[in-house]
Design a protein around this ligand. Sequence first.
Ligand code: NAD
Length: 396
Amino acid sequence: MIIKPKVRGFVCVTAHPTGCTAHIQQQIDHVKAKGPIKHGPKRVLVIGASTGYGLASRITAAFGSGAATLGIFFERPSEEGRPATPGWYNTIAFSRAAKAAGLYAGNINGDAFSNDIKQQAIAAIAKDMGGPIDLIVYSLASPRRTHPTTGVVHKSVLKPLGAPYTNKTVDTDKGIVSEVTIEPANEAEATDTVAVMGGEDWEMWIQALGDAKLLAPGATAVAYSYIGPVHTWPIYKDGTIGTAKVDLERAARAIDAKLKAHGNGRAFISVNKALVTQASSAIPVVPLYISILYKVMKAAGTHEGCIEQMQRLFATQLYNGNSLKFDREGRVRVDDWEMRPEIQNPISEIWPQVTTENLAALTDIAGYRTEFLKLFGFGLPGVDYDAEVEPHESMP
Ligand code: NAD
């Protein structure tokens, strides 16, 4: 079939297999061009491995350090005549490339919050990976979690706390800038968001791996967070998601203590840059901020995507003989370039001026859209989008 993008609000309901493969290859090429990462991980578990930051971490571990990787993700496979979600094609492309390079790439498609998937992962590590895990990347972004013990389904919300929040937002598809008011979360919504995006599940993974004796002495565990600028604080840092991230930091400290006692391992939070991913496009106000951020960072020559961020995290902080540099709260910051005053000050100047009419001139909405479509395999150079393509692909 011929597959074209079908954008519905902040999702694209189609994905292009050849385009996703080209997108993966771009990321592999970036990591290879940067050269080997010395003293890197050898056996890596990535939870949330099929898109965004988790996928970039997996590519960096495999192609920067020659790591065997096991990826956990939740994607809709393709069917006859119906494309999969992009993470399905991304994972197939990654796995083929890893295997061609002689690297183990195992995959489990299912609910990472469940006990069943944790046990499947443990069985796969014990059977196929030839030793315990030395790096666990926790990079889930999910709208819901069925609690494995209680069976309760928790739904996360992206809302402010305490008071309504009004700010500008952009409909990235239609290019319309408008004002949006988001009502505050109630207590149950706030607690539910912590249950989904907080640290309990990360701790459960570490516990399960530890119980199965599959954590290497000195193992590293990392999870990702975001802070961002004042413009988005009410909906992000000080909102429901920010509260969940505070809980993730609590979990990082608990896991760190556990891993320290096990061969001097470590756990920490890396605060990453705001980027176009499927998760971030769903947050009100944030896409407008990202459009301005891209404009300013590209002009400054400091713009990065997921793969540049993760390659920099691994190469300059985690490995290569470097040590982690922490902020006052004990977090690693690869959002450092984003948060520089020479980036944030121009954004604060542009922010109040943006309207529907000047959106294209004052922001990089074009770059936002290009990046968004790339997530689904569209707009990649060298791909013939008018050609017939087989949407049904099986996991190798
Ligand atoms: P993403 O949507 O691109 O990726 C989410 C991943 O989680 C996918 O692999 C998906 O398959 C997987 N997943 C979702 N629910 C699952 C489930 N129940 N079981 C198994 N797998 C599941 O998201 P992202 O933007 O890369 O976010 C990853 C992390 O990075 C999040 O913690 C997010 O807060 C953080 N982060 C994102 C940004 C940003 O701007 N995008 C910035 C800083 C930090």
